[in-house]
Design a protein around this ligand. Structure first.
Ligand code: AHR
Length: 491
């Protein structure tokens, strides 16, 4: 039995909607096939962009989209992806499968995608193999309103008005694939490159520095010390890998009870990582001018058997839904300092919310968690806590219940709760202070730990109405099925 306490008037911080952001890279079938099929495709599209995928992402209110990578960003030369498609340079995607990248999806296509989605673009510049001039000119091309070489080039390519671009990152994982740099070297390069990223007209950039991978606290320390005052945010990357990264990560579909709990326990580790990186940031930035963003997170398994190992295609089960629910609850709780997070990746790669196969598209369990959680976007986080059992196998123990709660503009209280147990129902009581309960409605996502959707059975896992809630003496009582995520709306 668990006991949740929600103090609905104790407003803590605004949950930036960008915490529910996404990441899409030129990797496998994320962009090509997943998002972009080209104007001549039989798959319904607008200027080559799949309409089914756009509609699905709009439904979960995708707020921001990071592009073009990832590792790909540090070998991407943006001028190869503009102008008439037949003239665009073809290149090798050295990071991801060595396939030919024909650059048919470039800056204009990405900006159109964001416009169709109604989301903010987040562009990752190339520090690893690009020049200062190249990065600087990309910003000019995108945002300069007057006459200039880059603005004129943009006009030649059919776009008169500048776009609005706020989020711009200087490099990706420069401690690894983005150049194997030391933090000192990166910090100096960051200071140098960002100097030439200008604010044109009324466009104001929000500059993001490459931050640490996992628990590389020394990276955060050095980059904050040397370059902290030149950035708006620093990014953290953390992937949940049940096994060992370069040896055997684990299967997306075939895992036992222990591996299930190991995965969830590893997902919960992000709380500690965030807390410790924030403590280091505080030393150099006591006024909290620099935000922490988690612009890559999610599960990473061995690829689906028979698929290209460089394409990172994996299935997605209720275990992934639980990882998403726990992670998003943690982000909500840190929303005073975390202003953006981007799940890796939107379509067909890693913990995707959408999988496609030709003209077919399915929504994964993770998609449904984003759907359940969307009412937290831009709402006020309120105090919530839980008393619950520790469950698991052998030494692998985790809390059974996870929760976060927020109050939206209509004064509705939204509570998201996850039951991590793979086999135990939880009798949950939820005490709500400072709110008269006039109406309650709830939805649930539940299934066996490896339940998933397929192209043959796309609705195995889907959101259902959850009626089994009673109100008595100002508290809610409900039975949380094993392996479930519930969203409760209290009016
Ligand atoms: O998301 C896949 C890869 O993971 C990204 O390209 C890179 O930044 C990270 O290592």
């Amino acid at each position: 039995m668990s006991r949740i306490i929600v103090q609905s008037q104790k407003k803590l911080s605004k949950i930036n909607r960008n915490i529910y952001g996404h990441f899409s890279e030129h990797l496998g079938h994320c962009i090509y096939g997943g998002i972009y099929v080209g104007e001549n495709s039989k798959i319904p599209n607008i200027d080559g962009i799949r309409t089914d995928v756009v509609e699905a992402l709009k439904h979960i209110k995708i707020p921001v989209l990071r592009w073009p990578g990832g590792c790909f960003a540090d070998e991407y030369h943006w001028k190869d992806g503009i102008g008439p498609k037949e003239n665009r340079k073809k290149m090798v995607n050295t990071n991801w499968g060595g396939v030919v990248e024909d650059n048919s999806f470039g800056t204009h296509e990405f900006m159109e995608l964001c416009q169709l989605l109604g989301c903010e673009p987040y562009i990752n510049g190339n520090l690893g193999s690009g020049t200062v001039q190249e990065m600087s000119e990309w910003v000019e091309y995108l945002t300069f309103p007057g006459q200039s070489p880059m603005a004129d080039l943009r006009r030649e390519n059919g776009r008169d008005e500048p776009w609005k671009v706020k989020y711009f990152a200087v490099g990706n994982e420069n401690w690894g694939g983005g150049g194997n740099m030391t933090p000192e070297y990166y910090a100096n390069l960051y200071r140098h490159y960002q100097t030439f990223l200008k604010n044109y007209g009324d466009n104001k950039l929000y500059k993001i520095a490459c931050g640490p991978g996992e628990d590389d606290y020394a990276w955060t320390d050095t980059v904050m010390r040397l370059a902290g005052k030149y950035m708006n945010a620093i990014s953290l990357h953390y992937y949940t890998v049940p096994g060992i990264f370069d040896i055997k990560k684990g299967s997306a579909l075939e895992f036992d009870e222990k591996e299930y709990y190991i995965t969830l326990k590893k997902a919960l580790r992000i709380d500690e990582l965030i807390t410790k990186h924030l403590q280091i940031m505080d030393r150099y930035d006591p006024e909290h001018k620099v935000d922490l963003i988690v612009d890559e997170w999610g599960t990473w398994y061995d690829v689906e058997p028979g698929t290209n190992p460089g394409f990172l295609y994996q299935q997605n089960t209720m275990r992934d839904a639980l990882v998403a629910a726990l992670t998003l609850n943690i982000f909500n709780h840190h929303s005073d300092r975390i202003t953006m997070a981007n799940i890796a990746q939107t379509v067909n790669v890693l913990q995707a919310v959408i999988l496609t196969n030709g003209e077919k598209m399915i929504l994964t369990p993770t998609y449904h968690v984003f759907d359940l959680y969307k009412s937290h976007q831009d709402a006020m986080l309120v105090e919530s806590s839980v008393q619950t059992n520790y469950i698991g196998v052998d030494e692998v123990k985790i809390p059974q219940i996870s929760v976060s709660a927020s109050v939206d503009d209509n004064n509705h209280l939204n509570i998201t709760v996850a039951n991590t147990s793979m086999d135990k129902t939880d009798s949950t009581e939820c005490f709500i202070f400072d709110k008269e309960i006039t109406a309650v409605s709830a939805s649930i996502l539940t299934g066996k730990m490896n339940a998933h959707n397929t192209f043959e059975q796309p609705d195995n896992v889907h959101i259902q109405k959850f009626d089994d809630i009673t109100i008595c003496d100002g508290k809610l009582k409900f039975e949380m099925p094993p392996c479930s995520v519930v969203k409760i709306e209290v009016q």
